[in-house]
Design a protein around this ligand. Structure first.
Ligand SMILES: C[S@@+](CC[C@H](N)C(=O)[O-])C[C@H]1O[C@@H](n2cnc3c(N)ncnc32)[C@H](O)[C@@H]1O
Length: 333
């Protein structure tokens, strides 16, 4: 049985948006970076961030109360937690705060209509489907790419170690984003080469990023629309956190395009969260709401098996990986 939810905890959850927005404000104003060079008074910080001193002081009070900053001798300073709100610190959560405090926050504001209509709140709120919005706002797209890399920094190695790449010559990462997964695969397997495939803006950002600059020799950067054409020539086609962005019929189209690119020997590798139905994991449900507002859905293993089976795949092999993520390998039927 689930533990009781005490009313105090329920109240905290109800007021959770206040914390989200206070932290998002700090991220947007880059307060942690402003304080990195040393403590500042409220007046100095307000000048640097172009804010009202009185209002900034009230915001800082809350941010100090929750342990992000501290006030000593009328000067604000960083706490160890604030390091995670610096834009470029090791393990930074800045992109998470920037993205969830803005687009995701607004999209979740449309959750009620989303649940009633069965549509996608993101599109209703921002006026465009998620990937189009991120293409039209490249600064936001770059934050999203960074967030995906950061979200997986702790499990990307486990994902690569869970799979036997020994027979793979060319791995194609479809909708591969900034390519952090492919990078890990190429680093771990020196005989392998890769193709990073995504929309033009995303691929260009990846290709010119500091993370790839030193390491592009065995990687081809190819852009396009995965609903139109997927590069041929791979013997492993990877879809990590791509299928969960789409509904069943869009997944069927995408899997059909993969099938056209694949030879009989090639394999498809799906990497997703595949929670068991009824699994007692609140993050699995929250993650599902997160993709629901984008127009997608998380699926169980049997739902993925059915989706792939209907799209012409067989010989499926389930490979558990981390508590949150699993791999599902398939071949052409
Ligand atoms: C949730 S992200 C996953 C990124 C990456 N696979 C990862 O796990 O970090 C989905 C990716 O699909 C890409 N994408 C969306 N629509 C696409 C399309 N029509 N053609 C190619 N890529 C697309 C997005 O640009 C984005 O990088």
């Amino acid at each position: 049985m689930r533990p009781q939810l005490p009313p105090e905890q329920l109240s905290m959850m109800i007021m959770g948006y206040c914390f989200t927005q206070a932290i998002a404000c700090a991220a947007h104003l880059e307060i942690a970076d402003q304080l990195a060079s040393g403590p500042r008074t409220a007046v100095e910080l307000a000048e640097l961030t172009r804010c009202s001193t009185a209002h900034l002081r009230r915001l800082m009070r809350v941010l100090c109360d929750i342990g992000l900053f501290e006030e000593k001798d009328s000067r604000y300073n960083l706490t160890p937690a604030a390091e995670y709100l610096r834009k470029d610190s090791e393990g930074t959560l800045w992109p998470l705060a920037a993205f969830h405090g803005d687009e995701m926050y607004r999209a979740f504001g449309g959750l009620l209509d989303n649940v009633r209509s069965g549509g996608a709140a993101w599109e209703a709120i921002t006026g465009a489907p998620v990937w189009q919005h991120l293409l039209e706002h490249p600064d936001r797209g770059a934050i999203f790419d960074r967030m995906m890399r950061l979200n997986h920094r702790h499990d990307v190695q486990a994902m690569v170690q869970a799979y036997d790449f020994s027979a793979v010559r060319v791995a194609v990462d479809i909708g591969g984003g900034d390519g952090s997964l492919l990078q890990e695969i190429l680093t771990t397997h020196a005989s392998l080469s890769g193709i990073l495939f995504d929309t033009a803006a995303v691929v260009e950002r990846a290709r010119t990023s500091a993370a790839w600059r030193a390491n592009t020799a065995r990687c081809e950067f190819v852009s396009g629309d995965f609903f139109e054409r997927i590069p041929a020539g791979g013997d492993l086609y990877i879809l990590r956190h791509v299928l969960h962005d789409w509904d069943d019929s869009q997944c069927a189209d995408l899997l059909g395009r993969c099938r056209q690119a694949m030879t009989r020997d090639a394999r498809l590798l799906v990497i997703e969260s595949m929670p068991d139905a009824g699994q007692d994991d609140v993050w699995a449900g929250i993650s599902d709401l997160g993709v629901m507002v984008l127009g997608g859905q998380e699926r169980t293993l049997s739902e993925y098996e059915r989706l792939l089976g209907q799209a012409g795949y067989a010989q499926m092999r389930y490979i558990p990986c981390t508590p949150r993520f699993s791999l599902l390998e398939a071949r052409l039927a």
